[in-house]
Unconditional design. Structure first.
Length: 701
């Protein structure tokens, strides 16, 4: 038997044709290794098929049956479909007989060519979700149907292949255009049989007790669910290991660079601390300590500060920047937008001017300093340079003359993108870098995507904030909401009413802010109601916000524009209409607008309550106000691609994202990677791995 090597083109296998090779090429699977790396998207246990369903309600099922009749219904016009009546084949291969309950109707809509694919007599394996026909032809109503099931024709004289496709757990792959599932499976099976084991050894063995060839066999053709799971874990571990290697390598390179030893003098920090009207939270103190320790090393700091909106990140940043200034270097704060930069500037001037700090605002359109008036009297040049510069990220690229840049604080990592940090590395002596983010990132993602950063967490809300009560209301009565609102407004509180849309849409029957606004004006005639949405001009928005902040408006009917930058401690009520239409992260950010004052706050999530998924989502929110727990749930429910955006996060390449919730696995991968990087001899013995790491192209498989 001819042995196949991992790097061989697939056509080297005598059972794979030139035409197949072309099909594989266009799917990006050119070699034996590529094909084997196509991990099954799911498995079907064909050792025992599910019984034909007599009723609906369960999940997906895997059935074995024979086509007894096919029909094309109404093609040409709209709503045409192809149907196949499939009869159960029981274990001994005998048809089910006379009862209708042993039959199921499969339907494929708008796929007229199906009539050439399926015919009476075909034996099928079907995978899909049975349901009851509720529309369509009269004789269909109430029948159990499967629409667009995955199907596979079995039998047809391929006697040898029986052991591949039946009586075992079979893999089901993401499709390759031009190769039917069955052939794809045979190809993988065949390639595995003829594989030269030495050619698929990995550059680094993540699990000495589990040979890679065995894992490869078991991930494709497992003998049990457990085996499949173990094999998938093996490859997930490999993948995370590769990721950790490159992340830790980057981190080590940044670490080895020359930095400054800052933070030895703490006089300014101490003065600031004593000037505050409140005590820092435990989490703030802990974070400041972690930052001081980093700054004091001769290596550049590379740290991320994570905390919900309002957790006090800005004050931690001020502490770090004061430490830098005390060491005689410049500190820079970069915000994602001009407005936020201006806000930061005002905050900094308010708190730090009393300490005599020279602060400059530099944005595209504005330059302002808090110390220039005295500049004319100043004698030496050095006194003229600001000690802190606050601006937008354009600061990095514009020719802002940093005199002696020691610390860079980047606000809102997500909006910046990871690349900006790299821009700093161009300079000779690297500044310390602190990245702040208000988007809670699940720990597993922090470890994988931001593993080159150390993390400080602000997981504690400053004292003196009222508790937020969150409730889900299914189709609440307007009169109830109205009554509740009036009661709170009469006590002097304020409220946000949030709607998903600005204007009424024909397509979506959900609340539109403009329409609901008119209604609330009438309902709450004793109070003043304002409207805020994204289609208003900046000035209009500012005017409305100012009125709301000053208490001239009691109620704000709004869209999600209130998500960022609004701080009105007296507002303690938020009612979110059609809450199911918002993402978890977004709901969490919205809710962050209340609970900022001393009063108890209420968040009402109103929903029409149709889908269990939506309810599950809202229950997460009602159950916790911990941003990290919410982020973990979001990751679990939507997957990392949707949570962070695959494009942005580079997650698109991860095959094993299903394991992203598995922190122990990721931690294990990290330990392995640390061992490799610290244990030099290991790298010396493994020049191939070293080269891969250096090229930043670690792929262990
Ligand atoms: P973030 O930047 O995380 O959104 P800020 O630093 O802007 O949070 O702080 C939010 C609000 O909380 C500010 O009004 C600030 O004055 C206040 N604050 C910050 N830290 C504390 C604290 N330890 N105790 C009380 N209030 C605090
Ligand atoms: Mg902030």
């Amino acid at each position: 038997m001819q042995l196949l090597r991992a790097s061989d083109p697939l056509i080297s296998a005598d059972f794979i044709s030139a035409k197949d090779q072309l099909a594989y090429d266009s799917a990006g699977l050119s070699t034996v290794a590529d094909l084997l790396a196509r991990i099954p998207k799911r498995y079907e246990d064909r050792r025992a098929f599910d019984a034909f369903p007599l009723q609906v309600g369960g999940g997906s099922c895997c059935l074995r049956g024979r086509v007894v009749d096919t029909q094309v219904r109404g093609f040409g016009g709209k709503g045409g479909f192809f149907e196949a009546i499939v009869e159960e084949i029981t274990g001994d291969g005998v048809g089910g007989g006379v009862f209708d309950s042993n039959k199921i109707t499969c339907r494929w809509f708008n796929m007229p060519w199906m009539k050439n694919a399926l015919a009476a007599g075909h034996e099928l394996v079907l995978y899909g979700k049975p349901k009851e026909a509720t529309r369509g032809l009269k004789e269909h109503l109430g029948r159990i149907v499967m629409d667009h099931p995955d199907y596979e024709i079995v039998g047809e004289g391929e006697h040898e292949s029986i052991s591949i496709h039946l009586e075992r757990i079979v893999p089901v792959y993401k499709g390759v255009s031009g190769i039917v599932q069955r052939r794809l499976r045979e190809h993988v099976f065949g390639v595995l049989e003829q594989l030269d084991a030495s050619s698929i050894e990995s550059v680094y063995d993540v699990d000495a007790s589990y040979p890679r060839l065995e894992a490869l066999r078991e991930v494709h053709f497992p003998e049990s669910e457990e085996q499949a799971q173990a094999a998938r874990r093996y490859f997930a571990l490999e993948e995370f290991f590769a990721l950790q290697l490159s992340v830790l390598w980057k981190r080590a390179r940044y670490r080895d660079a020359t930095g400054r030893e800052l933070g030895k003098k703490t006089a300014l920090l101490t003065e600031f601390y004593h000037s505050l009207p409140f005590d820092l939270t435990g989490a703030q103190k802990r974070s400041v300590k972690e930052i001081i320790a980093d700054m004091r090393t001769p290596y550049p700091m590379s740290r991320m500060l994570q905390g919900d909106v309002g957790s006090g990140k800005t004050f931690v940043a001020m502490c770090a920047m004061l430490l830098a200034v005390d060491s005689g270097v410049q500190a820079v704060l970069m915000a994602p937008t001009q407005i936020l930069a201006e806000q930061h500037y005002l905050t900094f001037v308010k708190w730090l001017e009393p300490l005599g700090i020279r602060i400059s605002l530099r944005t595209g359109s504005r330059q302002q300093d808090n110390f220039l008036s005295s500049a004319e009297e100043a004698e030496s040049e050095s006194i003229l340079s600001p000690q802190m510069i606050i601006g937008t990220h354009a600061l990095l690229y514009d020719a802002v003359e940093f005199t002696d840049l020691g610390l860079v604080v980047i606000d809102e990592q997500h909006k910046f993108g990871v690349g900006q940090r790299a821009a700093l590395i161009k300079q000779g002596v690297l500044p310390d870098v602190l990245v702040m983010t208000a988007t809670p990132i699940p720990r597993s993602l922090t470890l994988t995507m931001y593993g080159d950063l150390d993390v400080s967490l602000l997981d504690e809300r400053p004292a003196g904030r009222g508790e937020i009560n969150t409730g889900i209301r299914v189709k609440p009565k307007v009169t109830d909401i109205s009554k509740f609102l009036k009661a709170e407004l009469s006590k002097g509180r304020q409220a946000y009413l949030v709607y998903p849309l600005v204007e009424q849409s024909d397509r979506l029957k959900v609340g539109a802010a403009t329409v609901e606004y008119e209604k609330w004006v009438k309902r709450l005639s004793k109070f003043s109601v304002g409207l805020l949405h994204g289609k208003m001009s900046g000035e209009e928005k500012d005017e409305v916000m100012t009125k709301f902040r000053d208490g001239e408006l009691h109620v704000l009917v709004a869209t999600t524009v209130i998500e960022v930058g609004v701080d009105v401690p007296n507002a303690n009520i938020m009612i979110i209409d059609h809450a199911e239409r918002f993402g978890l992260a977004q709901l969490h950010q919205l809710r962050g607008r209340i609970g900022r004052g001393e009063h108890k706050s209420y968040c009402v999530l109103a929903t029409d309550g149709k889908s269990p998924d939506a309810l599950e989502k809202l229950e997460v929110l009602a159950g916790t106000s911990d941003g990290f727990k919410i982020a973990e749930a979001d990751l679990r429910m939507r997957g990392p691609g949707d949570v962070l955006g695959t494009q942005q996060s580079g997650l698109a390449d991860l095959k094993f994202v299903e394991f992203l919730a598995d922190i122990p696995l990721i931690t294990e991968a990290r330990k392995l990677a640390e061992k490799v990087l610290i244990d030099d001899p290991l790298l010396e013995k493994n020049p191939r791995l070293l080269k891969l790491i250096e090229d930043g192209d670690v792929q262990v498989g």
